[in-house]
Design a protein around this ligand. Structure first.
Ligand code: ADP
Length: 283
């Protein structure tokens, strides 16, 4: 089973012609509200591709929180590890421009109340433990410690990037970053497998044991909204590993899933099942 320790956010998306500069006010020409958050997105992506997935996180007692949990559960994710806490549910404001570029501001809210003891208790029976940086350091460290105890593979997506707490990385850890984050990773990953996503160009995979670097080229697509592509990539990568693919095979599946999601608006709502991805690959 895959256990994702991560965030759930209500995404409020505004479609704009161009991303505004500081001090400017512009009109959006469309808006939508949808379930998001890196943890929720990654869990949904992996579950839709056939993995057995549980999400550990926190939402508020508000309607947004109820909707977030319902949306993740509808994708087949076990949500018994999602706590209700006394804080507003996490929220993100997403601007998407005509070139499918985005700009995102996240207010962590309930996600920042996810405590280490709750993580330790909720991470059970895992072969893969996945986490990101929209939850507190203590929760990330607890997830890593549980992964070690269970002999599970720890998969870290340090996004949005901040200083990595000491002792997080080590042999067997898989680190997944985008290009910006890769530039900010200040060493410490020598013993880890590292995947760097490169947007429209696909991804690079560096395997620690062999020292080998593999380039995985993305299919050319007409991108309309790249929000949630990185999370779809993460979810698919772990679903592939859980299904027994090697790292290169799982990364190939992940690149395809990311490209598929770039062709549709929104994040979670645009994630494919294995059958949809198969059909799209053959089309
Ligand atoms: P993030 O969204 O986290 O910044 P990337 O932009 O690197 O991450 O995108 C993650 C993955 O999504 C890429 O590795 C690729 O598979 C897919 N992807 C993103 N944008 C495009 C695009 N324009 N065309 C094809 N695939 C894309």
């Amino acid at each position: 089973r895959v256990v994702v320790v991560g965030s759930l956010n209500v995404d409020r998306t505004f479609r704009v012609d161009r991303l505004p500069a500081a001090g400017h006010t512009i009109h959006a020409h469309g808006r939508s509200t949808a379930a998001g958050g890196k943890g929720a997105n990654q869990a949904v992506a992996a579950a839709l591709l056939g993995a057995d997935v549980a999400l550990v996180g926190a939402v508020g007692g508000d309607q947004g929180g109820a909707d977030l949990v319902a949306s993740v559960a509808a994708a087949g994710v076990d949500v018994t590890g999602v706590a209700r806490v006394d804080a507003p549910s996490g929220e993100a404001v997403v601007l998407v421009d005509a070139d499918a570029e985005n700009l995102i501001v996240v207010s962590g809210g309930a996600n920042l109340c996810l405590d280490a003891a709750a993580v330790t208790a909720a991470v059970r029976d895992a072969r893969f433990v996945v986490t990101g940086f929209e939850v507190p350091d203590d929760a990330v460290l607890a997830a890593a410690a549980r992964a070690r105890e269970l002999g599970a593979r720890f998969v870290l997506n340090p996004s949005p990037m901040r200083r990595l707490p000491d002792g997080l990385l080590g042999p067997g850890v898989l680190v997944v970053v985008n290009e910006h984050e890769s530039a900010m990773l200040a060493g410490g990953t020598d013993s880890c497998d590292v995947v760097v996503t490169l947007g429209a160009r696909g991804a690079l995979l560096h395997e620690a044991a062999s020292g080998r670097t593999t380039e995985i080229v993305a299919p050319r697509v007409e991108a309309v909204d790249t929000t949630g592509c990185g999370d779809a990539f993460m979810g698919a990568l772990v679903a592939g590993l859980a299904a027994g693919l090697d790292l290169a095979g799982a990364a190939t599946l992940a690149v395809e899933a990311g490209a598929f999601v770039a062709t549709r608006p929104g994040a979670q709502g645009s994630y494919p099942t294995s059958a949809e991805l198969d059909r799209w690959r053959r089309a």
